[in-house]
Write a protein that binds this ligand. Structure first.
Ligand SMILES: CC(C)(COP(=O)(O)OP(=O)(O)OC[C@H]1O[C@@H](n2cnc3c(N)ncnc32)[C@H](O)[C@@H]1OP(=O)(O)O)[C@@H](O)C(=O)NCCC(=O)NCCS
Length: 189
């Protein structure tokens, strides 16, 4: 796989054809607009302040370097020249190199159309085949019912609960920690 490579064209529940691909350096402006739209709506993600172009370029560059070393993989979803969703997996280091961490988000205008599920399916596949990890972990706001529903659907189980584990704009939120193995035969309910 390489920078900018199209992974698939996916048709959303409401009939829009979107492109799911590996990002490239030229995406910086589009990614900036996307991340800042999530910050603006105060979406339940771990970022809590707006980024600038330099920061996004820096993140993209380091992400693509880690991608080349098979330590990290990001997928962006593009529709009509805009990024409307993204997800990533990052492999741990040393004694944690059998585990990866997963994160996913979809622009508010495109939620509930199956993009989150498709990103999840692809990220789980690449966690096994590209990063060669054995287990996936994630963290989610305890009140984020839609995300928790998606994660459970894809076989994630809760292994921890941290009261006040997230502090955003001065407010505390409880955090749920979830995991799933990547065995082929792991039963997904
Ligand atoms: C959580 C998120 C990634 C899900 O992505 P999505 O594209 O909206 O999800 P999908 O359309 O693939 O739907 C996933 C499941 O959630 C359900 N769902 C989606 N939106 C829903 C809503 N508003 N209310 C209830 N259920 C909903 C879907 O029906 C589907 O379940 P099903 O297959 O059992 O019917 C997306 O809502 C999001 O980005 N939210 C804000 C950021 C966020 O919370 N990120 C996760 C941080 S941990």
């Amino acid at each position: 796989m390489k920078e900018g490579q199209i992974i698939e064209r996916f048709v959303t529940k409401d009939g829009k054809e979107v492109i799911i691909r590996i990002p490239k350096m030229k995406d910086a402006r589009m990614l900036l607009a996307y991340f800042n739209s999530l910050i603006k709506e105060n979406a339940p993600i771990m970022f809590n302040k707006k980024l600038n172009l330099k920061e996004v370029r820096g993140r993209l560059k380091s992400g693509l370097e880690k991608f080349k070393r098979r330590m990290f993989l990001q997928l962006v979803v593009e529709y009509k020249g805009k990024i409307i969703a993204c997800g990533d997996i990052e492999k741990g280091k040393c004694a944690k190199s059998h585990i990866c961490r997963l994160g996913i988000s979809v622009h508010k205008d495109f939620r509930g159309r199956g993009i989150g599920k498709e990103l999840m399916r692809l990220l789980l596949k690449f966690a096994r085949t590209f990063l060669k990890t054995e287990m996936v972990v994630l963290s989610v706001y305890a009140n984020n019912k839609v995300a928790i529903h998606l994660y459970k659907k894809y076989g994630f189980r809760r292994y921890g609960y941290l009261k006040g584990g997230i502090k955003k704009r001065g407010r505390y939120f409880d955090e749920i920690l979830m995991w799933r193995p990547l065995r082929e035969n792991y039963e997904v309910s």
